[in-house]
Write a protein that binds this ligand. Structure first.
Ligand SMILES: [Zn+2]
Length: 282
């Protein structure tokens, strides 16, 4: 330890009473030595630079949890959503399909503080199968969409600025740009408003997603499906970009829309990207 971070000697009784304080000291770089009758019996050593704890066997803590990799990927995707400005704070949520149900982000926990053990496994009725936290309050639409769309591997929900701005205007995104086809059809619908965390909102979202891979949600945000988390995140970025472009075009005038024929040509060309979903309605 450097002389800036002297070693602290604490007897076992005091260590027991003040453990969280000692942990904070360790996080700040102090080595804490716990003594019993004047003899050192244990020590807390600071860990520098690591972003994931490892056990003495070299495995990340919690790596024995079922679906550990998907739990980790879910957290990483949510952190990425915040990092690239697609979502703010803990407002969005995400899920990924696993055997027997889905893994979903917990309610009211910042993504930076979320660990694999905090991710909740639920079945398609929303019953918690594993986890001590409550699932995201939006579990209704995650469950309903995952049950109705067996081809979807992941769902992302965000309150991204531009998509949400359009949603607050109650506007769908028409075919003003050919990339609208990334949502699987000739437009990106806006589901009518319903209170967050309700079955009514799940109904509205499911209707708006008919033949689509994404929708806006009035006065709320957007929802995006993906083959997997990476695919869903890419699509969410595309749709947020389209929303920004559409708002800019609206600010200047009346955007020129593509025809049904134009969009059908694009949808045909996009088939290879969304073959996993094979949406029927256009
Ligand atoms: Zn929301």
């Amino acid at each position: 330890m450097s002389k800036d971070h002297p070693t602290l000697l604490v007897n076992a009784t005091e260590a027991n009473q003040r453990f969280s304080r000692l942990l904070a000291e360790s996080e700040q770089g102090h080595e804490v030595v716990i003594t019993r009758r004047g003899r050192a019996v244990a020590r807390l050593l600071p860990v520098f630079g690591g972003d994931e704890a490892e056990t003495s066997f070299g495995h990340p803590v919690g790596s024995d949890l079922p679906d550990y990799d998907k739990r980790r990927a879910l957290i990483d995707t949510c952190r990425q959503m915040n990092k690239i400005g697609l979502n703010q704070g803990a407002s969005g949520n995400a899920s990924v399909r696993v055997d027997g149900g889905l893994l979903i982000t917990p309610s009211g926990l910042d993504y930076d503080k979320t660990e694999p053990v905090d991710i909740v496994k639920i079945n398609y009725e929303g019953r918690v199968l594993r986890g001590s936290r409550n699932p995201s309050s939006e579990w209704h639409f995650h469950c309903r969409v995952m049950a109705a769309k067996p081809e979807a591997g992941a769902l992302l929900h965000t309150h991204s600025i531009n998509a949400t701005t359009l949603a607050c205007l109650g506007r769908s995104i028409p075919p003003f740009h050919y990339m609208v086809a990334v949502a699987g059809g000739r437009d990106i619908r806006c589901a009518p408003y319903a209170t967050f965390g309700t079955e009514k909102l799940a109904d509205a979202v499911l209707t708006a997603l008919d033949g689509r891979l994404a929708c806006l949600m009035a006065n709320h945000g957007m929802l995006v499906m993906g083959r997997d988390l990476e695919d869903a995140l890419k699509r969410a970025v595309e749709i947020e970009t389209l929303a920004a472009q559409y708002l800019k075009a609206l600010a200047v005038g009346k955007p020129q829309l593509l025809t049904v024929g134009d969009m059908d040509v694009v949808l045909e060309k996009f088939k290879s990207y969304s073959a996993w979903a094979n949406p029927k309605a256009r």
